[in-house]
Design a protein. Structure first.
Length: 272
């Protein structure tokens, strides 16, 4: 699997699939690129999809240094630089949506269109998950906590029909320090002040029954980002993009159509 050296020397793994306008896909907290396996083909027919394993996950290095959304943004830009992509559409879900927000705020020239899925602005304005959800996820029995997370990601009907393995439940190979680092990075995210400055056309997508990241955060984002569109997927929980793929993927593709980035991977240059 190809890697590139981040600015601090950490090796970051990246993956490229498909052909067309570049589309950067950003996964959720403590997950690697396999988060997108269930839906990536929906976009690779019309886009060159680019993913990376966040530092601490997958085939990337897991340094003992602090983790932050800012650092993830730098790594994402590094992946685009490695591929010679100046500008790409960006689709981030969950923590990946937090990274996508900061990327659009700090590097507006790198983002063509922006899709923010099941995510939050962070900070004091965000709507936090309920105490019952926190307690369930913090259960001392790992099996109990894992069961709680599954039910926050997917509906009972989908779980009954899909016994796993699940791609969105965290990277099992992550070292403990990296898992803690991802949690800290996500918890410290606060893009509120920068959201009104986002220039990219933006679509906000969220499940109506998402308790892991309450649906009210979608409205906050859509109201805060100029011209943003909001779509709430009825009946969906946190992993709306996978369980409700038949609705969500065409929705995102339609939004991206006609908003091609200025650059494409055609003739891109990779560093030797």
């Amino acid at each position: 699997m190809p890697h590139f050296p981040a600015s601090d020397g950490v090796r970051i793994a990246y993956q490229v699939q498909g052909r067309g306008t570049p589309l950067l896909l950003l996964a959720g907290q403590a997950n690697n690129h396999h988060w997108w396996d269930g839906v990536r083909d929906d976009f690779s027919t019309s886009h060159t999809t680019i993913t990376l394993d966040y530092r601490g996950t997958g085939d990337s290095d897991a340094p003992p240094t602090p983790y932050s959304i800012s650092r993830f943004v730098q790594d994402a830009c590094g992946a685009l630089d490695e591929l010679g992509v100046g500008r790409a559409h960006v689709y981030g879900t969950s923590m990946g949506g937090r990274v996508a927000q900061e990327l659009a705020v700090r590097h507006p020239d790198r983002v063509g269109a922006l899709v923010l899925g099941c995510t939050s602005p962070g900070g004091p304005h965000a709507v936090e998950r309920g105490d019952d959800v926190r307690r369930a996820l913090a259960a001392q029995d790992p099996a109990e906590a894992h069961h709680a997370l599954r039910e926050l990601m997917y509906t009972p009907a989908w779980l009954a029909a899909h016994p796993g393995p699940y791609r969105t439940m965290g990277d099992p190979g992550m070292p403990a320090h990296a898992r803690r680092g991802h949690l800290t990075a996500s918890n410290r995210h606060n893009a509120w002040d920068g959201l009104p400055g986002i220039q990219a056309p933006t679509l906000v997508v969220h499940g109506s029954d998402d308790l892991l990241n309450p649906t009210a955060n979608a409205t906050l984002l859509a109201d805060r980002i100029p011209g943003a569109r909001l779509h709430v997927v009825p009946g969906a929980r946190h992993a709306y993009f996978e369980e409700f793929r038949a609705t969500a993927s065409p929705l995102v593709r339609d939004f991206l159509d006609g908003r091609d980035s200025r650059d494409s991977l055609r003739g891109c240059r990779r560093r030797p």
